[in-house]
Design a protein around this ligand. Sequence first.
Ligand SMILES: Nc1nc2c(c(=O)[nH]1)N[C@H]1C(S)=C(S)[C@@H](COP(=O)(O)OP(=O)(O)OC[C@H]3O[C@@H](n4cnc5c(=O)[nH]c(N)nc54)[C@H](O)[C@@H]3O)O[C@H]1N2
Ligand SMILES: Nc1nc2c(c(=O)[nH]1)N[C@H]1C(S)=C(S)[C@@H](COP(=O)(O)OP(=O)(O)OC[C@H]3O[C@@H](n4cnc5c(=O)[nH]c(N)nc54)[C@H](O)[C@@H]3O)O[C@H]1N2
Ligand SMILES: [Mo]
Length: 754
Amino acid sequence: MKDTPEREQDPTTPFYDHPTGGWGSIKSVLRHMGTGHASPPGVLETLWRQNKPKGHMCTSCAWAKPPNPHLAEFCENGAKATIWDLTRDRCGPDFFAAHSVTELRTWNDHDLEAVGRLTHPMRYDAATDRYVQTTWDEAFAAIGAKLRGLEPRSTVFYASGRASLETSYLYALFARVYGHNNLPDSSNMCHETTSVALKKTIGSPVGTCVLDDFEHCDMLLFFGQNTGSNSPRFLHPLQQAAKRGCRIVTFNPVRERGLLEFANPQSPAQMLTGGSTKISDIYLQLRPGGDIAAIAGLCKHLLALGAVDRGFIDAHCTDFDAFAARMDALTWEEIEAQSGLPRADLVEVAEIYASAKNVIGVYGMGLTQHVHGSQSIGMLVNLLLMRGNIGRKGAGICPVRGHSNVQGQRTVGMSEKPELVPLDRLAEQFDFAPPRDTGMTTVEVVRGVIDGTVRGFVSLGGNFARAIPDQGRADPAWAGLELNVQIATKLNRSHTLVGDGAWLLPCLVRAEEDMQVSGPQAVTMEDSLSHIHGSVGKRPAASPHLLSEVAIVAGLAKATLPRNPKLRWDDWQADYARIRDLIEATYPDQFARFNDRMFDAGGFYRGNSARVRDWKTESGKAEFTVPDTLSALGDGPEGALTLMTLRSNDQFNTTIYGYRDRLRGLEGDRMIVLMSPAEIARAGLHEGQRVTLVSAADDGQERRVPGFAVTPYDLPMGCVAAYYPEANPLVPLDLHDLASKTPAFKGAPIRVEG
Ligand SMILES: Nc1nc2c(c(=O)[nH]1)N[C@H]1C(S)=C(S)[C@@H](COP(=O)(O)OP(=O)(O)OC[C@H]3O[C@@H](n4cnc5c(=O)[nH]c(N)nc54)[C@H](O)[C@@H]3O)O[C@H]1N2
Ligand SMILES: Nc1nc2c(c(=O)[nH]1)N[C@H]1C(S)=C(S)[C@@H](COP(=O)(O)OP(=O)(O)OC[C@H]3O[C@@H](n4cnc5c(=O)[nH]c(N)nc54)[C@H](O)[C@@H]3O)O[C@H]1N2
Ligand SMILES: [Mo]
């Protein structure tokens, strides 16, 4: 048992000193339910059904939903997301009549969304610079006519990772019948590095673990994933693992509360006594981008110990000798310099690893959002393969996904990479010739908007223009598009960057009842651990004018595409079980008996080849890769600092619930730059001083954001941290993972101007 007594918070330090979870999280939720934004009666009852069989699946993170849910199987942030969706505040035609779009462009992210739920379909009217009310029929007909007039490959169908499997399947089908593969989703800014690196090395683009593995592992390695803020329900299995004596080691430049200790809000004992569980045994604050070197240090020591599973490697892997030779040749000096960690710490971790039977490697944006992010993931795979830690119970690789259905969207065809989609089967099912050329990634879409080659943009949720790197640079170009369709629940900045030919189409949220001709509908999503769950909304719709996402996609497709008896949009919209039949027909191995299994407790597993050591790689084996660099950062200019952009505990991506980053002990202001006290002194700055952050990328572009308050924080030297999306204008569009084009949001070179 590693229960520790609660420590008192020292009010003079900015470091939050209470465990994650506990009373703090309950209070934070209650604050959202109380004053400020009006939540309707019955919200608690709705929360009670969250993430339970026959309830609705949370719209916050993608963490797994267990077969035996807790009484309240939701976390602080899941509750916030639901309460935010179910607000009583409304953003309707009266609001838009009172505010021009030019004015709304000056509002901040929080204030735009806080207006409330969108209630009516709206069309942008350039003459009055306002959104004006329209009807669904008019909107569909006008958008369909525009799309028919555009070259399909000049249009993009983006999706944020929330839309259900049913909606995403239809949306991708619509794009392909219309004539393009320009189907980036938010994954392109997130775990695309995973999809590329894991596919290459182990032949499966997603993680190999299931929940049960967390009950059988002896060691967990955490790289750049902030569990406490971003997937808090994962803290429960982590706490259980820690209590069993599983060794947990974290690599993160920031000392994140949730990975240090956790008080379980579900445990009356911990709540009453103020006790908590220590999570990480060892917490190593490496340099941003130092993961390749840190893991290389572990591998080098394992080789020196001879702690390698030769039987597994000989039977299952390629390229081990080249990899081992490279690790041998590395010096500890370069490993220490690039990782920022002392040899002794890495040796200690390697020895725990060598003695652990089953090890899981967990990671998040700290690995994926770097120029050489794919190589960091490749190194983590190498480390796991060295001792056969992939493809057996209690072991594996576990990327923690972001949006609640982002993994599932890729599974059912939302991808710009045609080779990942069974196009022949789709051609046969729907009697059309799918486009075979590769579509645009997010980075290419932004370039296309700037240079005018993208003419039409349809957004299934999300806040694309705000979430992208080099944010702001593309802003003026958006108004030049001939078509911009935003399917959304709340107003955001992307809706204000419009010109002629823009529509704002409001949809139901997941907790709301979705009534169609055949009765109330359920939808499905895939969690981070490849389990598929049904979700049923029960709340009344925020407005009688809302449509479901399925109905909107079907309406747009019908208005755009020529008649084809195989495309039965009306029938599919009437009964979503028919869409699940289509998904099953396209992906029979993964979705057999889809409709029967969608409410299985804990979801049904769609399988993973690497988990059973069936390596669907080019070589047919698991592939060791030899890194060609020890730093995941690109070649930065001399003397620049590395900017990491982070999420607070009070936001979901560009949705800013409030200004309290409870777990980091930061409050009141999001325009802050975190720096170590020594770095502040070295730069001749002082706490609270307002500074300008300036990009140090030498690509001829000027990027400056003024107004960040210098905030001392426990960070390594050479780096600073600021919030996403406020710092997004500082991340160059061309700075992205080389293999996947995932933006380097954790590794932008900057300078601080006092
Ligand atoms: N409440 C809440 N939940 C969310 C979200 C949200 O915004 N709010 N967003 C959702 C989405 S879309 C996603 S993708 C996930 C994101 O969840 P995470 O993957 O946790 O992403 P971040 O919070 O961006 O950063 C993760 C961590 O990486 C660390 N880090 C930065 N650079 C490095 C590095 O070079 N090496 C290492 N080892 N660590 C580094 C940071 O200190 C931070 O703790 O969360 C999802 N869940
Ligand atoms: N600097 C920096 N930038 C980043 C990141 C980072 O770590 N640092 N992370 C990146 C990552 S991981 C991601 S995933 C992207 C996120 O990028 P996106 O997914 O594009 O952005 P979100 O902020 O999640 O989108 C919020 C909007 O979605 C709409 N919405 C909410 N719920 C629904 C719904 O149920 N249906 C529909 N149709 N609309 C809905 C609302 O209108 C809301 O305003 O940002 C990326 N950008
Ligand atoms: Mo994400």
